[in-house]
Ligand binder design. Sequence first.
Ligand code: ATP
Length: 513
Amino acid sequence: MSKIRTISLKNISKSFGETRALSNCSFEAYAGEVHAVVGENGCGKSTLAKIISGVLLPDSGEIEILGGVNTTPLDARRLGVATIFQEVLVADEANVLDNLFVGSEGFFSVGKSESEKVREASELLTRCIGHDIDLFADVGSLPLNIKQWVVIARAILRRPKVVILDESSAALDLDATNRLHGEIDRLRNEGCTVLIVTHRIAELVRIADRATILRDGAPVGVLEKSEITEAKLLELMTPSDRSVMAQPNVDIKDNKSNLLDSIIEGKSIQLTEGSHSFDFELKPGTIVGLAGLDGHGQDLFARTLAGLYRQNSGTITFRKESGEFIDIDGLERASDLHISWVSGDRKKEGIFPQRSIFDNFAFGIYRRNLGWFGKINKRYAQKAFAQEVKRLKIKTGNTANKITSLSGGNQQKVLISRAFADQPKVIVLNDPARGVDLNTKRDLYKELRNFTESGGAVVYLSSEIEEFLGFADRVDVFYQNAIFRSLDYQSVSEESMLAAMFGQPLGSHVEIV
Ligand SMILES: Nc1ncnc2c1ncn2[C@@H]1O[C@H](COP(=O)(O)OP(=O)(O)OP(=O)(O)O)[C@@H](O)[C@H]1O
């Protein structure tokens, strides 16, 4: 590997008020390497990425990027840095082509004719998305996953020397993640430095050449490819006063829930017009996983269970303790039945960005636990919040601060804690571990298992199939807007899930390259 140094940070510190995000942090990366930046939620990864991108200025320390110094995002871009943040930043009213080349005049596309741009853009997007799209369509009319590819393609088209991917694969399904890895390989082979910030450890082990592990704003280790293992990463990420969980998952062999009546029953559900119909059952004490490639209905179905979407036909009912069956016909009904919803798309439907950390947590409690004369029982909510902060190890600072002052993963933890505090009988989670660190993920699995052991039921959608292994009692795999196959815990494996995701018969082998 070439040893041309592209990024050199020396003793960088950065604070936000009383929060020290980076503390004497030094970091180096080289041309032609995929370098992962890893660590627990709130350890300073995004702050580091923002400093390299010129979005934030450090309080102290020295920076050299590609032989120059960047003090603004424009400087960084001129030097050859392209950053893909987790937020999908596109101009909805402009077309795909304009979005791809926006702000590029005078940089990489100088003198390019429209037809050259069209050719380059359509070649790249077809490779990324897996099929071609209309470059003259308004971006606003496109689904979120395509918008995300537009953002990724925009960065690649700039022919960058340093690319930063900050949790860019967090929302991608398996197929799309593999296409992204293909692009990362190409960039590396062209001599680019690719910095990836990710909590998807399996992905990182696969593609990273080196990894820097941060803890409390400073590096605690740099691993070479041969040293990058999940165990080693966990050991370095975890503060010494907290033990690393030996067992990632929980023993599910002894689940006796099969003997119980269902808490949710679905009959002849047709999610969308023309799709196949299917039945569904959820028993107390169980965790049911929902899997599928993007756009195959698992997301719609999770939303249906939470009262956020209405199926085209068929019935989905909740069985009350009295034995009465109630139709889940909307969000309010679902909430009255104590069905809690955790969205993975926290920006769009999870957080109230203008409200405090505490208000974001207490929203459900306020609604359900009014005290005397309808007054909000704040003391109850405060006590509940203190418990949740401890349980999920949420790094909050002052809870009166806006929720947006928290790191991404900690915002997600507040949403999860909100669902737990809402006295749920069923929790429906839509990719809840997106952007959440490995230790927290494991704690979450444990908490969900405890919840089911005390009689609750869980529906857990994930785009990362590794999450289901040893965790779900059953995985319902969606294909073309219907459950294609239900796999019980004994038959859940990467192969069986993959085969079903591609609509293949049981036992067939699907190779992802
Ligand atoms: N604009 C801000 N205002 C106040 N505090 C901030 C701001 N940005 C970051 N912080 C704080 O700085 C610390 C580091 O945040 P950062 O986003 O860099 O963490 P991270 O490692 O990327 O976390 P995650 O894995 O959750 O995305 C956190 O405690 C966070 O709350």
